[in-house]
Design a protein around this ligand. Structure first.
Ligand SMILES: Cc1ncc(COP(=O)(O)O)c(C=O)c1O
Length: 399
């Protein structure tokens, strides 16, 4: 295993999971761009196969779908950051979500999911898993009574995001874990919006943590990846499943992820500060009806967020005192954030969820989820806060 130095989150972002010595004395982890690995002779192969039967962690690689040295370093860094024993990297965040659900659920099982979660996750749970006779109950994020009463004899998993998206609900994780343990149900948390810098769910007893690595972890809007981090061997089943299902990440993307992760703590510090500054500015603006940001005392989960999170992140949602077209005029007038899906990179991004992720959804259903046309999701990047605020100020003139 690579040496993982103890230390703070920035030290772990830079050095966590990285071997001290690399081939060719390289300081950075090399991209091992190969699909297969050679054996010196038959005896070498047989020795590997024999040893493989007894070791969870292979001492060398055999084939790209089973492992890659660059990918393993990225996994070790992510495990170090999230205080897990092991991590499994996938080709995208959705690959991490779907592989985990398919691995830990079987026909006849039931799971509890909190609402306000990523639309594709909800779709997978609500339609795809149902075809495999796995039933789900969607409960409101933050209502622990409803959550507990949704657990039945067939319930195997509780799955939630925290913070949620776009309303940034923050879950009380120790409370969730307590409920789950009393009912002997596993907990799975998609912590993409928090990152390991702002929240480490495994440390409070959550079983598995998922991130879309495409967002803050990669941090530069230039790769797709997903990761699941766990403790005590839970990830072994995921490695096994991945060998069959094949949603592996490319070594080059794993390298880009490693490169992005080196600055994770620094970037999140800036994005936390930008998010808070922008949220305070928006809350005071007369053309803004409501701001959803857990760093604001007006947010319903502010107290939990302050207690559990190191920072409140870079996603700020808000409703304008306007109709849909006027909201689009504001979005179009912004000069710094680009209109686009996703969040977490160096560049700020903005969207009207009603016209982006929720466009295809029936307007009535959309409204029942709280997605109005005047709702804007701003994902701040690492630009200067005063430039972002000046840009918002001029764009709000167009409302
Ligand atoms: C919270 C959350 N989880 C998972 C995903 C899926 O990640 P990916 O786009 O990398 O598949 C997303 C994507 O937007 C997300 O916002």
């Amino acid at each position: 295993m690579p040496e993982t130095p103890p230390g703070g989150l920035s030290t772990r972002s830079v050095h966590g999971g990285e071997p001290r010595d690399n081939p060719y004395h390289a300081l950075t982890t090399p991209i091992v761009q190969t699909s297969t690995y050679r054996f010196a002779n038959t005896a070498d192969l047989v020795q590997y196969k024999e040893e493989r039967m007894f070791w969870d962690v292979p001492q060398r690689e055999e084939y790209g779908r089973y492992g890659n040295p660059t990918v393993r370093v990225a996994e070790a860094k992510l495990a170090a950051l999230d205080e897990g024993d092991d991590a499994v990297l996938f080709a995208s965040g959705m690959a991490a979500v779907t592989n985990t659900l398919l691995t830990f659920l079987s026909v006849g099982d039931h799971l509890v999911v909190t609402d306000d979660c990523y639309r594709r996750t909800r779709q997978f749970v609500g339609s795809f898993l149902r075809r495999w006779h796995v039933e789900a109950t969607v409960v409101p994020a933050g209502d622990y009574g409803v959550l507990e009463s949704a657990i039945g004899p067939q319930t195997r998993l509780i799955f939630s995001e925290t913070p949620t998206n776009p309303f940034l609900r923050v879950l009380d994780l120790p409370r969730l874990v307590d409920i789950a343990r009393r009912h002997q149900v596993r907990t799975l948390i998609d912590s993409t919006l928090a990152t390991p810098i702002n929240l480490r769910p495994l440390a409070v007893g959550v079983d598995l943590v998922i991130h879309s690595g495409t967002k803050y972890l990669g941090g530069h809007n230039d790769l797709l990846a997903g990761v699941v981090v766990g403790k005590g061997g839970l990830t072994t089943a995921l490695h096994e499943a991945q060998g069959m299902m094949g949603d592996v990440v490319d070594p080059h993307a794993a390298y880009l992820l490693l490169r992005g992760l080196k600055t994770l703590a620094l970037r999140i510090e800036r994005q936390n500060a930008n998010g808070l500054a922008v949220a305070h500015f928006l809350e005071k603006h007369p053309r803004v009806r409501r701001v959803y940001y857990p760093g604001l005392p007006s947010h319903p989960d502010h107290a939990i967020a302050r207690e559990q999170m190191g920072g409140f992140g870079g996603v700020v949602s808000f409703e304008l005192e306007a109709d849909g077209p006027a909201t689009s005029r504001f979005v179009d007038a912004l000069r710094i954030p680009a209109i686009g899906p996703s969040f977490g990179g160096a560049e700020s991004l903005v969207e009207q969820p009603a016209l982006m992720s929720y466009y295809e959804i029936d307007p009535e259903v959309r409204l029942s989820l709280g997605i109005t046309e005047e709702l804007v999701r701003l994902a701040v990047g690492i630009e200067d806060a005063h430039d972002l605020i000046a840009d918002l100020e001029q764009a709000l003139e167009h409302v």
